[in-house]
Design a protein around this ligand. Structure first.
Ligand code: DAK
Length: 258
């Protein structure tokens, strides 16, 4: 697939996807979402890639779904095409870690896209918001659910009901982002985190991601049981043997990703 709305690059074992519709602040239209989904799929199937970084421009991660594309939609049309649910959720379904590097606006579907990633590193100028209410709709791609789980009911309600944006500092305080860095450092800091992840055993990283995500979908007792089983399974990997032996022998582990 030829990409017209995203840029795709690799840095070592890190796959980098840059949203690239600068004229409309990276508004997310169906073509962009199809391309994003395709790029995620390719990185997921590429054994040399251990982690994916998703970013926008300095001014906008993404200012939401494309309002001009959405405005004429009908109920029956949206229902029948399952208005891009299938492709949007591809980011959340990626089995490898996806880090969002957010600078500028992450609004509406843009905020929800960042929330689908495993963690968010934000630049000081980042602004997060769910302004759909101003357009007479509501968040439609996980905002009412993922945002509420992350920041709690009170802040999620205020953001979704008033459209108020959170700045980077409040987002970090509220648990929406893992940390805030300067705009100049955003790219390097995100790549550093991604490269660190890639240095570890890829299957163990994937299992860890899957297990943490369980915490959002199950009871504590079931989650702990799942964690225990996943932990037991790690004794079947060559990388666990190597990781622990390297510690004992006081040397750097050489993981084989199996
Ligand atoms: N869609 C289309 N174009 C957009 C856009 C958007 N979301 N955001 C900005 N643009 C365009 C502007 O129209 C403008 O284009 P021209 O007029 O130059 O042609 C250009 O980007 C620059 O924007 P501004 O001139 O407005 O720039 P400012 O710096 O003055 O303001 C802003 C920046 C981010 C505050 C402002 O652009 C803004 O308020 N944008 C809209 C933000 C918004 O309301 N976002 C939420 C959209 S609704 C679902 C999937 C997804 C969704 C729902 C369901 N399913 C699968 C069920 C998601 C819904 C949404 O995201």
């Amino acid at each position: 697939m030829a990409y017209e709305n995203i840029l795709v690059d690799e840095n070592g074992h890190v796959g980098i996807i840059t949203l690239n519709r600068p004229d409309v602040l990276n508004a997310l239209n169906s073509a962009l979402i199809e391309e994003l989904s395709d790029a995620i799929e390719k990185f997921e199937n590429n054994d040399t890639i251990g982690c994916v970084v998703l970013k926008g421009s300095d001014k906008a991660f993404a200012a939401g779904a494309d309002i001009k594309e959405m405005q004429p939609k009908t109920y029956m049309g949206a229902y029948k095409e399952d208005y891009f649910t299938r492709t949007w959720e591809r980011v959340a379904d990626c089995r490898k870690p996806v880090i969002a590097a957010v600078a500028g606006y992450a609004l509406g579907g843009g905020c929800e896209l960042a929330l689908m990633c495993d963690f968010i590193i934000a630049a000081e100028n980042a602004k997060f918001g769910q302004p759909e209410i101003t357009l007479a709709v509501m968040p439609g791609i996980g905002g009412t659910q993922r945002l509420t789980r992350l920041v709690g009911k009170s802040k999620a309600m205020e953001m979704c009901l008033t459209g108020r944006m959170m700045d980077a500092e409040e987002a970090e305080r509220s648990g929406l982002v893992s940390r805030v860095v300067s705009l100049e450092d955003l790219h390097d800091e995100t790549l550093k985190a991604a490269n660190k992840i890639c240095d570890f055993s890829h299957p163990i990283v994937m299992l860890t991601k899957e297990t943490i995500n369980r915490a959002y979908e199950t009871t504590l007792a079931e989650g702990i049981r799942f964690e225990r089983r996943m932990f037991h399974s790690m004794f079947a990997t060559a990388d666990q043997k190597e990781g622990m032996l390297a510690f004992i022998e006081k040397r750097k582990a050489q993981f084989k990703h199996r």
